[in-house]
Write a protein that binds this ligand. Structure first.
Ligand code: HEM
Ligand code: NAG
Length: 344
């Protein structure tokens, strides 16, 4: 009887601790190590519930200040998460600077002279290291900053799964080959997204991220002067819009001049990006081919999102969660960087 009792007590205790380790993995993230290795842990919204409950508040307070100072920063931070996730998964590889052991992704063709927002990520990381040292990963900071930037510019909120860990490596070649170029055909875009486990619905919804932010002349110049190899402009460009773009982006020079991706509301997260595409005022080839590329379901989705902002917001949130789940490091994999720019 006594033996039975002891055994029973032991079983109850192990069952309890087993359940709580599944329900609250963040509880075990003290010291920056998880309870299980091998990536057997998924991401959970409550990951930092006990280890750093104020994580999101810290992120939001830095974001509010940074975006008030420069509204474009919201767009730049949203894009950083995308460029992180498409290269080796959402592991903060995009944040690593060149060093003896790292060849930075920052010098890749899609990123060079283009991605920005690193100082804001640094400030968030510094504050989080003060509040909860070695707990919150840089990869999760990027995901939180992307959601916060969306919310602060008027877009949707979503429950954000957390618990990503940071890579000890970057991939320059991965950045060059996995991030789609702005002159992609619709087929290219579908292929790039499929490689990441994302479908056409994700492609169209996530492209709606271009409702905020800007692009450099060099990324859309081809449309103005040589779309068909014959020194002709892209015939799908609306005339007045085309003339405006030419004044910002001359045939030669001016490569770094910028134009809003959604000129009707460049700092507001809304569905006007899709309305502009319908009226021939999309900026990048990769934007307009969603509608002109003769892929029926993509065209239909552009129309639906232009008509129904709620539908766009709902799908954007869903697809952001999906993108944020691309190949994360969990458990004992990777590390929690002390400084997002270098490995520990
Ligand atoms: C579908 C394929 C995509 C292509 C080809 C593409 C391409 C580009 C290009 C060329 C720029 C301008 C870069 C520059 O001028 O240096 C840009 C900016 C931007 N992209 Fe994308 N992008 C894509 C998808 C996405 C996704 C999925 C998101 C986020 C959900 C996103 C968010 C942004 C934002 C917010 C900006 C503005 C950044 C700023 O103002 O600093 N893009 N994109
Ligand atoms: C896209 O741009 C690159 C670089 O300017 C160029 O080499 C390539 O031919 C273009 N692709 C298409 C489909 O226009």
């Amino acid at each position: 009887m006594a033996l039975l009792k002891v055994t029973f007590g032991f079983i109850v205790m192990s069952v309890l601790s087993f359940t709580s380790s599944l329900a609250y993995p963040g509880f075990f993230s003290w010291g920056g190590t998880g309870p299980a290795g091998g990536g057997s842990f998924g991401l959970f919204p409550e990951f930092y519930q006990f280890s750093c409950p104020q994580a999101n508040e810290v992120v939001m307070s830095v974001l509010k200040k940074a975006i008030a100072k420069e509204p474009r920063m919201a767009a730049s931070l949203l894009r950083l998460h995308f460029h992180d996730c498409f290269v080796q998964g959402c592991d903060a590889s995009v944040l690593l600077d060149d060093s003896a052991t790292i060849v930075s992704e920052k010098n890749s063709a899609p990123n060079r002279n283009s991605i920005r927002g690193f100082e804001v990520i640094d400030e968030i990381k510094t504050k989080l290291e003060e509040a909860c040292p070695q707990i919150v990963s840089c990869a999760d900071i990027l995901a939180l900053a992307a959601r916060g930037s969306t919310v602060l510019t008027g877009g949707p909120y979503w429950e954000l799964p957390l618990g990503r860990r940071d890579s000890r490596a970057a991939s320059l070649s991965g950045a060059n080959t996995n991030i789609p170029p702005p002159n992609s055909t619709i087929q290219n875009l579908i292929t790039f997204f499929k490689r990441q486990g994302l479908n056409k619905v994700d492609l169209v919804a996530l492209s709606g991220g271009h409702t905020i932010g800007v692009a450099r002349c060099v990324t859309f110049k081809q449309r103005l002067y040589s779309q068909n190899g014959q020194n002709q402009p892209d015939e799908t460009l609306e005339k007045t819009y085309y003339l405006g773009l030419k004044s910002v982006c001359p045939r030669s020079g001016g490569d770094d001049n910028i134009s809003p991706l959604d000129f009707s509301s460049p700092v507001k997260f809304d569905n006007s990006y899709f309305k502009l595409i319908l009226s021939g005022k999309g900026l990048l080839i990769s934007d307009v081919v969603l509608f002109t590329g003769n892929i029926g379901d993509a065209m239909e989705l552009v129309r639906s999102y232009a008509e129904d902002e709620g539908l766009f917001f709902h799908q954007f949130a869903k697809s952001m969660v999906k993108m944020g789940n691309i190949n994360p490091l969990t458990g004992f994999d990777g590390e929690i960087r002390k400084n997002c720019r270098r490995v520990n």
